[in-house]
Design a protein around this ligand. Sequence first.
Ligand code: TRP
Length: 402
Amino acid sequence: MGCRRNINQTVSLGLKNLKSKHEKIIDMVEKFIVTPWEVRGQIDYEKLVKEFGTKHINQKLLERIKKHTGELHPFLRRGIFFSHRDLDWILNEYEKGNKFFLYTGRAPSGPVHIGHLIPWIFTKWLQEKFDVELWFQFPDEEKTFFKENLTLEDTKKFTYENALDVIALGFDPKNTHFLIDTVNAKTMYKEAVKVAKKITFSTTKAVFGFSNDTNIGAIFYTAMQTVPAFLPSVMKGKNIPCLIPYAIDQDAHFRISRDVLPKLGYYKPAAIHCIFLPGLGGIVEQGKMSSSEEETTIYTTDDPETVKRKIVKYAFSGGAATIEEHRKKGGNPDVDVSYQWLTFFEDDDKKLKKIHDDYISGKLLTGELKQILIYKLNSFLKEHQKKREKAKDHYDKFIFKD
Ligand code: TRP
């Protein structure tokens, strides 16, 4: 449905462009890519669950979570967190009194955009509801291996800037530890060595698609990303279950972690996966918001005018071509980026449903829908930016001291 609608819209671009654009879109629908280094095309999440071998979060599991949390986060109710590994085991252990810890992270390589916040907002909710520790990794070396011009000096700056966005979400400093790979190397490297010894080059080739031209830093890196999944167990001298919330593109790393850690005597880390916030260009062309495409990305530091301009100009619309037609036939919320973003940022189910229904019926116009989104996002960002400023006074409290 979504793709057909997009292709129809390209028809109006004129015959000259039609063929190549049309083919490009068919290509993106059929050949999507999801790896830790690249996300492209319209993502078929169903297919990812099958290919990666994860499990859907079903109704039964939701009920079990709700027993402990009292309510379900909108991301769970709406299937934004849609897949998992061993989450049932994490709950079994929790119910026996064996608490888990949370682990997630961010490779600093540029400013944070609102898509990055999705797994972190959810992690904050989990921390609060289950009252557990969080280990947050900033692998400041990671992206230097993958981006030609990015240096350690650059990522050092972004580590600090990105950490402010994380702190702004309200994590409890007493229960949250930031690990910065080059700063905490004294503690982390020793553990990475044990992991690296269990991973062959042929495994990294198969899992990540590396070749003989890949620099050896990139090949080693995955060992560093496994470390926080068992570091608390090392430090406390006993096995502690680990739950990792992340966007599904990171899964390749943790398939390796789950393979290696039992060989070192630790639990396999459990995981809970989210879908991507699409870029303003829409779910076909931009299944994932991308920092390198500035105009179709909203950064956490964008001012209200910038947010407004980008949405008005670029938010892919599921509306009809003219107002008359829209009033008659209605819009399509499934492909409309403004509506899709509201499913992430409007917590009130009733409000969201009304917007959905009014859009389908044609009562709500695309321009009006965009205004709702602009207001919602700007209110969110205003608060976020205030907290981000305050975070500067608290940064040091979060850094793990080895
Ligand atoms: N590789 C991640 C990125 O590119 C950063 C990261 C490190 C991470 N550890 C993690 C992400 C754990 C999710 C969970 O941003």
